[in-house]
Write a protein that binds this ligand. Structure first.
Ligand SMILES: NC(=O)c1ccc[n+]([C@@H]2O[C@H](COP(=O)([O-])OP(=O)(O)OC[C@H]3O[C@@H](n4cnc5c(N)ncnc54)[C@H](O)[C@@H]3O)[C@@H](O)[C@H]2O)c1
Length: 334
């Protein structure tokens, strides 16, 4: 199976490793709008073809492409793949906003291609066990839950021009970091119905035009209630926790500490800060599991573990927090 990679930045390195760990897959081509990045990446990894655009790469007759571009370019990448009839695995968040995401899902459906979205924290054993416990009844349907995500991001991180900008990143800590944990929360709790939230830029003013601090109340279709607290202002970062509880009072949770490492334990005190390359290295095995699932889904002609429709759910919550914060109202999701 010939697979291409669109966008040759930090996370694309995980994609190369994951694809190469999957039997029968060849990383056939890469493309990046900065051509020297595409060529350097291809040379470093011994990838046969490098392009400056998605179109010529997709025209080479790929079976699938993975989209590793900044958020604002996800839609164009997925629509291009759909035009070429090429299956696509897109990085999180699926898009800048729900309208874009819905266009991507519709285009994939019309073209008959599979659309998967990376949320590799679902493959942490501690996270998967909670979903399995709900499925087999050891944990009842959650009636309450929450996300606490306390990360550290600084000027070096935001030096990459697309980061920290509403136009190209779509949001801040909710859109880029806590969306992983919000995805887990809604995976356990079901469809969100009403969202009340507040966002602010309290530390990184002048550096970013998106939120570094957010709080939200999320009410689910089931009647369950959860809270979300997230920030990129913690020095050092303190990791993250997602928890749910059922009507019998049983509690289950997954901890991320240090960043990139998932476990069932409580959040320890102490520095959780690792260089981002090390965070990505910790996440690599779970990235690989999701990539392997995507390839298996193509071979077995089934949906991947996380579809476009699954991925839009966390984005709906994030977008609703932004709308609620802007308007001072509670947002009701359809
Ligand atoms: N799953 C995870 O844990 C995880 C971790 C980090 C990043 N990500 C996601 O991966 C994506 C990329 O993040 P990153 O940190 O690798 O970014 P990055 O800035 O390191 O790399 C992005 C690359 O895309 C290229 N690019 C920009 N626009 C393009 C276009 N239209 N076509 C082709 N290439 C284009 C850039 O030149 C750059 O080389 C984002 O969606 C991000 O949220 C996911």
């Amino acid at each position: 199976m010939r697979i291409g990679i669109l966008g040759c930045g930090a996370i694309a390195r995980n994609h190369v490793a994951a694809l190469r760990a999957t039997a029968g897959v060849e990383v056939f081509a890469v493309a990046d709008t900065v051509p020297r990045r595409a060529h350097a990446f291809a040379a470093e990894y011994g990838i046969p073809h490098a392009y400056a655009d998605a179109e010529p790469m997709l025209a080479r007759g790929l079976d699938a492409v993975t989209v590793c571009t900044p958020h604002g370019a996800h839609e164009a990448g997925v629509l291009a793949a759909a035009r070429h009839g090429v299956h696509v695995l897109c990085e999180k968040p699926i898009a800048l906003d729900v309208a874009q995401a819905n266009r991507m899902i519709a285009a994939a459906g019309a073209a008959g291609i599979r659309l998967g979205v990376i949320f590799q924290r679902r493959f942490w054993p501690a996270a998967a066990r909670i979903r399995a416990a709900i499925d087999d009844g050891r944990l009842g349907p959650p009636i309450c839950g929450g996300v606490v995500a306390r990360f550290n991001r600084d000027a070096d991180y935001y030096a990459e021009p697309w980061r920290g900008s509403r136009a190209t990143e779509g949001g801040g800590v909710l859109m880029t970091q806590a969306i992983h944990h919000i995805d887990l929360l809604q995976w356990y709790m079901g469809r969100a119905r009403r969202v009340t939230g507040r966002c602010a830029t309290l530390v990184h003013q002048g550096l970013i035009d998106v939120e570094d601090t957010a709080g939200a109340l999320v009410e689910f279709a089931s009647g369950a209630i959860a809270t979300v607290q997230a920030g990129t202002t913690f020095r050092p970062g303190r990791g993250a926790r997602v928890w749910v509880a059922d009507a019998a009072g049983r509690v289950a949770g997954v901890t991320e500490f240090p960043e990139g490492v998932g476990s069932a334990g409580p959040v320890p005190e102490g520095s959780g800060d690792l260089p981002l390359a090390a965070v990505h290295e910790h996440l690599a095995p779970f990235h690989a599991m999701q990539v392997a699932d995507f390839v298996a889904a193509l071979r077995e002609d089934r949906e991947p573990a996380v579809t476009g429709r699954d991925a839009v759910r966390s984005l709906e919550i994030v977008e609703a927090v932004y709308t609620s914060s802007r308007t001072g109202t509670t947002v009701v999701l359809e």
